[in-house]
Design a protein around this ligand. Structure first.
Ligand code: UDP
Length: 340
């Protein structure tokens, strides 16, 4: 298949591009580089020896994207990863989040209609569940419970938009993937997560402390009702997540469907930090801070639907993710700004 990745130069995009090429597919990327670097795609090309056409543009630049697709097409599927993803920033600037996350999704649907592209895989998030009522979270669990941040709301709204679009056009095959917490890097150490500014997420923060860019990790609360009092999440290795995207495009079915992509295994903040200390051989200073507003005590999924439907499951452990993350971080202390 020939697959267009929007946001394909970002963290999940670059790993997904690599996995698609390795599975024998052709890849095209459109990315505005607002939170990514063309260097990631150069490195994927070097790793795979494949040519990946890259258009530096906003997905909403309709004519430019359509012409790019016509030049390199026909395209069989789109994986729509372009969007804004910082929860805190979305609270401070909600209009921008609604504008970009919904606007780019509308543009992708319009492109699919104009160019007769039947298949779409959308990057949704476990955030849409809000505060879990029952764990593990299943695809039919209630969504939106005490969901206060605009980022999560935009993902939920786009899921609704996609369901309506697929309902109206029987040719469409649309899949939303609800990611749990993507971590790790490709085993080559050549591509990985390269957040701009100070990381908001735990794993890149820990990695930057280990490499000496930051002093210590703040633990956001150690009085949660969890075994060690720190928050639990379902950390999924980004290469497992990438394989999930390959499975989703290859198995796309008519209509709209939703899949959790996670491991099903809860890991606490302290457990993740210990795993990173083992992987890096460095000690990671910590400091307990108050809880972060909006955080839930625990979130992890029931990953059975993807296993039953596609034969996909996460294969890598949190230790694997820390080893790979450390390889990436130690070889590229300043991310893609460090050329090998
Ligand atoms: N966390 C933390 N310190 C940090 C960043 C995160 O203790 O500097 C905790 C956070 O409270 C949550 C977990 O780590 O329990 C994962 O947070 P992250 O922001 O990576 O992902 P989220 O699940 O919030 O999307």
């Amino acid at each position: 298949m020939r697959v267009l990745l929007t946001g394909g130069a970002g963290y999940i995009g670059a790993h997904t591009a690599l996995a698609l090429v390795e599975a024998g597919h052709d890849v095209l990327v459109v990315d505005d580089m607002s939170n990514s670097s063309p260097e990631s795609i150069s490195r994927v090309q070097a790793l795979t020896e494949a040519a990946i056409p890259l258009l530096e543009a906003d997905v909403r630049a309709f004519v430019a994207v359509r012409d790019f697709v016509r030049r390199h097409g026909p395209v069989d599927a789109i994986i729509h990863l372009a969007g804004l993803k910082a929860v805190g920033e979305s609270v401070a600037d909600p209009v921008r989040y609604y504008d970009v996350n919904i606007g780019t999704s509308v543009a992708v649907l319009q492109l699919m209609a104009a160019e007769s592209i039947p298949t779409l895989v959308f990057s949704s998030s476990a955030t849409v569940y809000g505060e879990p009522e029952i764990l593990p979270l299943r695809e039919d669990s209630r969504t939106g419970i005490k969901l206060a941040n605009p980022y999560g709301k935009t993902k939920r709204i786009v899921e609704e938009l996609l369901a309506d679009a697929a309902h109206a056009d029987a040719r469409l095959r649309v899949t939303a993937l609800r990611y749990f917490n993507p971590v790790g890097a490709h085993a080559s150490g050549l591509i990985g997560e390269d957040p701009s500014g100070t990381p908001n997420n735990l794993m890149p923060y820990v990695a930057q402390v280990a490499v000496g860019r930051l002093d210590r990790v703040g633990i956001f609360g150690d009085d949660y009702p969890t075994p060690d009092g720190t928050g639990q999440r379902d950390y999924i290795h980004v290469m497992d997540l990438a394989a999930g995207h390959v499975a989703a495009v290859e198995n796309a079915r008519q209509g709209f469907d939703i899949y959790n992509l996670g491991t099903g295994i809860p890991v606490s903040v302290r457990e993740l930090i210990s795993a990173f200390e083992r992987a890096s051989g460095r000690s990671i200073p910590t400091e307990v801070l108050p809880r972060r507003e909006g955080d839930v005590p625990s979130s992890f999924c029931d990953p059975r639907k993807a296993l039953d439907s596609w034969g996909w499951s996460a294969r890598r452990t949190i230790d694997d993710a820390c080893v790979d993350s450390w390889r990436w971080q130690s070889r590229n202390p300043n991310g893609y700004a460090d050329r090998p």
